[in-house]
Design a protein. Sequence first.
Length: 176
Amino acid sequence: MNTIEGWFAGRLPDDWFEGTPEVTVDRDEIVVVGTLPAPEVGGEKGDAEDTDGARAAESGRIKRWREDTRGKRMRIADEAQRRFGAKVAWGAVCGDTRELFTNLSVPVMTRLRQPERRVLDTLVDANVARSRSEALAWCVRLVGQHEDEWISRLREAVSAVYEVRDEGPASDAGAG
């Protein structure tokens, strides 16, 4: 558990989530997603109407939690932003429903050659995306979904590099 995860584990009220919330951190944002208890709904399992009802109940449970905790979440987010220098976004999982609340959409500059631009333009022309920016985000999500295991292994490798680097001798750059 890293410092930020530990801070949230200690700072969040114990009755907010089932278990420890998932805390994801990048350069710009901290996203905290907790699991809420699934509401009891009647009906036969597997029935399409029952599934729709369960999803509606789960979404309603998330909305209620979001409204009921708004003030405390904002205060905790302000504390975390001062402490860690990153915006905080919140989310919740309830049953099969996952929702994030007002998380950042950060612009990223990229240079693409014509073959890559043509891919994006094809997605726009086919109404898969409204713009090149949206098409690129769609491509990144698709790679993330289909290459999840590889991306996870890559993140672990990068983390190991940071750990080894931090264990090394202190840099004397600028000394002398």
